[in-house]
Design a binder for this molecule. Structure first.
Ligand code: PGA
Length: 245
């Protein structure tokens, strides 16, 4: 159950979130909880979750270890700050920062090399969805951004299906739509990495997940978790989502 805070919450606001959130999920032990704060709030978040099972991740990564890359952060830096996960290829990164599938592959490889677990995000835009091109887009994103991993690397990634038309729009995909897309991703996984990898792969759904929608989504056997934006900024709302796992 993952929370993508995007460009919200200062370090101080992150700490306040955990003051309220940690007691609400105390005793939850049937799922993993990962929060992705802005990178500048990662140390505060890591500090706030010591002695809990909650894990912290970065929202982005650059594939070089270090160097003259103004404004970028490496996997090693994230890991040294206490992050253990990282989002790769979120649609906002693809849309506003022109990340390509080739970038997604390089970022995932460098995340794994640094000891981070990437959640690789895929999903079709509204025009593709309307044109019935969802499968085509997912197959292309899988081929360009994921299939180039080795089997060993692939065993340590999770994938998030995030239809762009559902993100931040209130238009949550129905459990059936999400499930169909997850099935396709699992089938692509089976073809490239084998049946066991496909069975073990965790696929999260993301896009306007709200507490009241979560139970229906989590009932689908194909949906292994959720990646939550707006609703994860509120400790009570995200705790409710976590409890629907
Ligand atoms: P949302 O964002 O829940 O606000 O739609 C999801 C995401 O972008 O990961």
């Amino acid at each position: 159950m993952a929370a993508n805070w995007k460009m919200y919450k200062t370090a101080e606001q992150a700490t306040l979130f955990f003051d309220a959130f940690n007691p609400l999920v105390d005793g939850v032990n049937d799922c993993e909880i990962v929060i992705f704060p802005a990178s500048i709030a990662i140390p505060a978040a890591v500090n706030a979750v010591t002695r809990t099972a909650i894990r912290i991740g970065g929202q982005n990564i650059f594939w070089q270890k270090e160097g003259a890359y103004t404004g970028e952060i490496s996997g090693e830096m994230l890991y040294a700050a206490g992050a253990t996960w990282v989002l790769v290829g979120h649609s906002e990164r693809r849309q506003y920062f022109h990340e390509t599938d080739a970038d997604v592959l390089k970022k995932s490889q460098s995340a794994l090399a640094a000891g981070l677990t990437p959640i690789i995000c895929v999903g079709e835009r509204l025009e593709d969805h309307k044109a019935g091109k969802t499968d085509e887009v997912l197959v292309r994103q899988f081929a360009g951004g994921i299939a180039g991993l080795t089997e060993e690397q692939f065993a340590n990634v999770a994938i998030a299906y995030e239809p762009v038309w559902a993100i931040g729009t209130g238009q949550t995909a129905t459990p059936e739509i999400a499930s169909e897309a997850h099935k396709l991703i699992r089938s692509e996984t089976g073809k490239r990495f084998g049946r066991t990898a496909a069975e073990q792969l965790r696929i999260l759904y993301g896009g306007s997940v709200k507490p009241e929608k979560c139970e229906g989504l989590m009932k689908e056997p194909e949906i292994d978790g959720v990646l939550v934006g707006a609703a994860s900024l509120d400790p009570e709302a995200f705790a409710k989502i976590v409890k629907a796992a």
